[in-house]
Design a protein. Structure first.
Length: 361
C-alpha cells in the first residue's frame, strides 16, 4: 500500500525512472533577452529531492536568457542559517530564499494553516493547489510583506513519518513520553498522545538522534530520512502514519523582484510547472531507491501502526486541533476563512484528480 501511495503521490508530476532528475539542456538560441542580473538563493543542507525545484528554475532561466539572468544556489547555510532566511530576505542580504513557516510561526501566521496535522491532502498535485490558494490570499501577502518578502512557489514536502532509535513502537500509545522532532501542527498532535515535541532545523536532526536528544525524528517520507542519513543510525521507521506536512515557500526580496524587467518576471512564472514536475519526479525516484535499500536492511525495521489506532489518532488530533488553531488566531488573522479555503480547495482539487485518474485512496 505504501509503495502504491508513493507512486501515486506524484500525480500531475510524472514519475522518474532514474535516481536523479535529468534537467533539460539548452534547446537553442537565447529565448528571452534582457540585462545581466545575478541573484543569490539561500538554502540549507545539500542538493536533494527537496531542492530540485530551485535547481530546475535556476538552470532553465539561465538557459532561456543565454546566461544573462543567473540564480546562484548557496547550500549548507552559506548565506544564512535556515531559521534566519526570512530575516536575510527582509534586509536584502540575498534576493531569494526558502524557509519553513513552522520554524518561526509568529512571523507568518496565515501560512501556518498549512502545517496543521492530518489535513486531507492526498498527493502533491492537490498540495500545490492548496498551497497556492493560501499563498495568494491577501492575509498571507500582507504577513510576508512585513519581511519585504514575496512568495514565489512552494517547495512541497511529502507526508511525514517518524524514524527513531531504540525499541520500535507497535502502537500509537507507545509514543507516550517519547521526545519527538515534530514541527507545527504535528507537534500539537504529538502532545495529544503524550509525546514531547521539539522544533529543530533539519540540519540538526542527525546529531540529535545520534546523541539521544530525541527518540525519533518526524520527516517527509522517504527521501529526507536518507538525505540527512538518519537511515544509517535509525532502528525503525513508520510507514502509515501520514502525520501531515510543513510548508516551505520560496520567497523573493520584494525590492529585487520589483527591479526585474517584465520579461524576467514572466519567465519566472513560466518555469513553475517544470520546477514542480522536477521536484515530484525526484521524490518518486528517491522513494524507489530508499525503500528497496531499507527492505534489504535487517537492522532497520518498518513499522505499520494498527489502522484502528491511527483512525482514533486522526479523530483526536485532526479537526479538534484545527478548531483550536482557529480559536487561538481569532482577531489576528482570518483563521476560519483560511482553513475553509484549505478544505474547499482540497475537495475541488481532489475531485478533479478523481475524475482524471480515478479514486486511488
Amino acid at each position: 500500500m505504501r509503495k502504491s501511495l508513493i507512486a501515486l503521490s506524484v500525480l500531475g508530476f510524472g514519475v522518474a525512472s532514474i535516481a536523479e532528475v535529468s534537467l533539460p539542456t539548452a534547446a537553442g538560441a537565447q529565448e528571452v533577452k534582457g540585462p545581466k542580473i545575478t541573484w543569490r538563493m539561500s538554502l540549507w543542507g545539500k542538493r536533494r529531492a527537496f531542492t530540485e525545484a530551485p535547481e530546475y528554475t535556476a538552470k532553465t532561466i539561465s538557459e532561456k536568457t543565454g546566461g544573462n539572468f543567473n540564480i546562484k544556489l548557496y547550500y549548507g547555510q552559506q548565506l544564512s542559517k535556515s531559521k534566519e532566511n526570512l530575516d536575510g530576505i527582509s534586509v536584502g542580504a540575498f534576493e531569494m530564499a526558502s524557509f519553513c513557516a513552522a520554524y518561526h510561526p509568529g512571523k507568518n501566521q496565515p501560512l501556518n494553516v498549512l502545517d496543521l496535522p492530518f489535513l486531507p491532502i492526498p498527493n502533491l498535485d492537490v498540495q500545490r493547489k492548496v498551497h497556492d490558494a493560501i499563498y495568494n490570499h491577501p492575509a498571507s501577502t500582507k504577513a510576508l510583506a512585513k519581511w519585504n518578502a514575496k512568495i514565489y512557489m512552494s517547495m512541497m514536502l511529502p507526508q511525514y513519518e517518524y524514524i527513531g532509535r531504540g525499541t520500535p513502537p507497535t502502537k500509537v500509545s507507545d509514543f507516550k513520553g517519547k521526545r519527538l522532532r515534530a514541527l507545527g501542527g504535528m507537534g500539537r498532535a504529538a502532545k495529544a498522545i503524550g509525546a514531547v515535541p521539539t522544533t529543530m532545523p533539519a540540519s540538526e536532526t542527525y546529531t540529535a538522534l545520534q546523541r539521544g536528544t530525541v527518540d525519533a525524528i518526524g520527516f517527509p517520507f522517504t527521501y529526507t530520512f536518507a538525505a540527512y542519513k538518519l537511515d544509517e543510525i535509525g532502528d525503525w521507521y513508520t510507514t502509515n502514519m501520514s502525520l501531515g506536512s510543513v510548508n516551505c515557500p520560496i520567497v523573493f526580496n520584494i525590492d529585487s523582484y520589483n527591479a526585474l524587467p517584465d520579461q524576467y518576471k514572466k519567465l519566472l512564472e513560466d518555469v513553475k510547472d517544470g520546477s514542480y514536475k522536477a521536484q515530484g519526479e525526484a521524490y518518486a525516484a528517491k522513494d524507489k531507491i530508499n525503500l528497496a535499500k531499507w527492505e534489504a536492511n535487517p537492522k532497520l525495521k518498518a513499522v505499520k501502526m494498527p489502522e484502528d489506532e491511527m483512525a482514533a489518532f486522526r479523530k483526536m488530533a485532526g479537526m479538534p486541533l484545527w478548531k483550536q488553531w482557529v480559536k487561538e488566531n481569532e482577531g489576528k488573522i482570518p483563521a476560519q476563512e483560511l482553513l475553509d479555503i484549505v478544505l474547499k480547495t482540497e475537495k475541488a482539487a481532489d475531485y478533479c484528480t478523481v475524475m482524471i485518474y480515478g479514486r486511488w485512496m
